[in-house]
Design a protein around this ligand. Structure first.
Ligand code: ADP
Length: 590
């Protein structure tokens, strides 16, 4: 059994189902304990030709054997089959539902976590929470219920019957059984710690494998396969060691359990045999007593296993709780309201920003305005703060009050959802889903509009490429779009953003992987289709943005100058120097 803030609710939610399972289990346990009495009658009947039945001694005949022993055994077996099926369905069915529900809650919480969280917690680690740890919770929930009820009911009933048969013998058996219980409690703690270490080792392994598969192209290009293999082997051995250590402790526990149980059997055979010798017990009663004891072994073992399982479940639950309670850093303030239609004016007012884990300000005293409908280029060296500017417009991070305004409203007063709905974004990494090209382009919408998809693809100058694929728009892209080239990926990603037709379009270095001619076509299409709508283009090449309405020139987190290309050339020497440098670079390339 596992308890905790995030699991207790399910005991209530699935209460009736668990209760039905418990009733079925108790019924099975009850009829199971009728069997030892039947064994006694059979042994005594065969030995003496007579049996004690309901307080009277009756002859052991064939009719008695069939009516009073065989038939009840058949009934007992039928009840046990139905009962066992029922409690399995109830307990294990509820456990699967709990697992599914927690998985949904985890995924739901994950969607609200900030980018910061994903930078610290890697995908492999998260995946092991969704697989390994959840599996453990499921196992602990179902088995835990079974073990608890069995230990409580079967154990108590069998013990009471044993006590009624002989007080001294039962007291003697209690000594090793108590030791067994204490051992379980003590080892449970050790095992929980070992389980935590084991799960962490598995997470590290998943992290590494996930990164190695995602970055296989880099690994191959740098001929680092062997190094990767060595590192993987090291992690794999660490994982193996933690597993072996856990299994060793668990095996030791089981060996001790078996040892103590066998000790009890010896005690029963020794002292019980003595009782038969003294005439206090007959042979049938000894068989009956041993049968009760074998029924009590499982509940006692169940207690020990319950302790072990709870320990594992608790460790996994702790890891899952950490995820479920991870703080959602970026969220709406109470006063934030939805905006029906964003016009597209963006204003930075003396904004200074530092990343949550940053050691310096990524943006310092940034002030500039983008009027609704303007097309603006943001230009500057790598690391100057261009992406940070668009990250803040998209509210990927929290923004200080009174520093960033959209349509003259503080972004903190606008709901994040409606703000992002007003924006279309082409990120630098051009992530594509493992889905058809059509569905990737149509991502912003639920219903597929093939004509609109093709139009967007034409505007992004990728329609020609897609038409050459055998399955055209139905071509399924591999994981992270590996079946298409970098340039095609970029253009599909642009088509996806254009398809949204949002009031604000942000392209983060999105035409870097296309040739100059294609870039010209895309820019021309942008100019024509984005009339009256705000378009922000981050670029390295001045040629990409020189014809835009406005250019924001950024250097070391500061906005150095804002204006048209011509005005910046004459008023901003740093910009003019950059233009000149790029011209010389282009000439050198030619
Ligand atoms: P650009 O887009 O101009 O190349 P960025 O806006 O990505 O530059 O980065 C600006 C500065 O902020 C850089 O010094 C970078 O190292 C830092 N930075 C970017 N992302 C993070 C982050 N998530 N945490 C901390 N620092 C960051």
């Amino acid at each position: 059994m596992i308890f905790g803030k995030h699991i207790n609710r399910y005991y209530l939610k699935y209460g009736p189902r668990l209760l039905l399972g418990a009733v079925a289990l108790v019924l099975v346990d009850y009829v199971q304990l009728i069997m030892p009495e039947l064994y006694r009658m059979l042994v005594n009947g065969l030995n003496t030709g007579e049996v004690l039945y309901k307080g009277a001694t009756v002859p052991f005949t064939m009719d008695f054997l069939l009516d009073k022993l065989c038939l009840p055994i058949v009934y007992i077996i039928v009840v046990m089959i139905i009962g066992r099926f029922l409690w399995r369905v109830c307990f294990f069915g509820a456990a699967i539902k709990v697992e599914t529900d927690i998985r949904i809650r985890m995924f739901d919480h994950c969607k609200d976590l900030s980018r910061e969280y994903y930078q610290v917690n890697k995908v492999g680690n998260l995946m092991s929470l969704f697989t390994n740890d959840l599996d453990t919770i499921q196992e602990c929930f179902g088995d835990g219920m079974l073990m608890l009820f069995d230990a409580l009911f079967l154990g108590a009933l069998a013990f009471s019957k044993m006590l009624r048969m002989d007080l001294v013998l039962t007291s003697l058996t209690l000594i090793p059984l108590t030791m067994l219980l204490l051992l379980g409690v003590f080892m449970g703690k050790t095992m929980m710690k070992k389980w935590e270490v084991r799960q962490q080792a598995f997470s590290n392994l998943s992290d590494f494998a996930q990164e190695a598969f995602s970055g296989y192209a880099v690994v191959k290009a740098f001929v680092k396969e062997l190094v990767q293999l060595k590192d993987f082997r090291k992690l794999n051995i660490e994982n193996e060691d933690t597993n072996v250590s856990y299994v060793r402790t668990s095996t030791m526990l089981h060996v001790f359990i078996t040892l103590l149980v066998e000790t009890v059997i010896c005690v029963i055979l020794g002292y019980g045999g003595y009782l038969v010798y003294r005439g206090r017990f007959d042979a049938g009663q000894l068989v009956e007593y041993i049968a009760y004891f074998t029924s009590v072994v499982w509940p006692v073992m169940a207690v020990a296993m319950l302790i072990e399982k709870s320990a594992r479940g608790k460790a996994s639950m702790n890891r899952i709780t950490e995820l479920l309670e991870a703080k959602i850093d970026v969220q709406d303030r109470a006063e934030a309201r939805d905006v029906d239609a964003i016009r597209g004016k963006i204003e930075f007012r003396d904004l200074t920003f530092r990343y949550p884990d940053g050691e310096f300000d990524a943006l310092e005293h940034v002030s500039f305005t983008i009027e609704a409908g303007e097309s603006v280029g943001i230009v500057g060296k790598t690391g100057s703060g261009k992406t940070t500017i668009v990250d803040l417009i998209l509210r990927t991070y929290n923004v200080p009050d009174g520093t960033l305004f959209v349509d003259d409203r503080d972004v903190n007063d606008i709901s994040i959802r409606s703000l992002r709905e007003g924006c279309a974004y082409v990120p630098q990494d051009n992530f594509l889903f493992s889905d058809t090209i059509a569905n990737n382009i149509n991502f912003a919408y639920d219903e597929l509009d093939q004509t609109a998809v093709e139009n967007a693809a034409k505007l992004a100058d990728v329609h020609g490429n897609v038409s050459e694929f055998k399955d055209r728009y139905k071509t399924i892209l591999g994981e992270r779009g590996v079946t298409v080239s970098g340039g095609q990926k970029q253009r599909i990603s642009i088509a996806r953003a254009l398809m949204k037709n949002a009031p604000i379009l942000i392209l983060d270095d999105s035409v870097s992987a296309v040739d100059t001619d294609t870039e010209k076509v895309i820019l021309e299409n942008l100019r024509n289709t984005r009339q009256g709508k705000t378009t922000i283009l981050i670029a390295h090449r001045i040629s990409t943005i020189e014809s835009l309405d406005k250019i924001v020139f950024v250097e070391d987190g500061r906005v150095i100058a804002v204006g048209s290309h011509e005005s910046l050339l004459s008023t901003c020497p740093a910009y003019a120097r950059m233009v000149e440098l790029q011209r010389l670079e282009d000439e050198a390339k030619e």
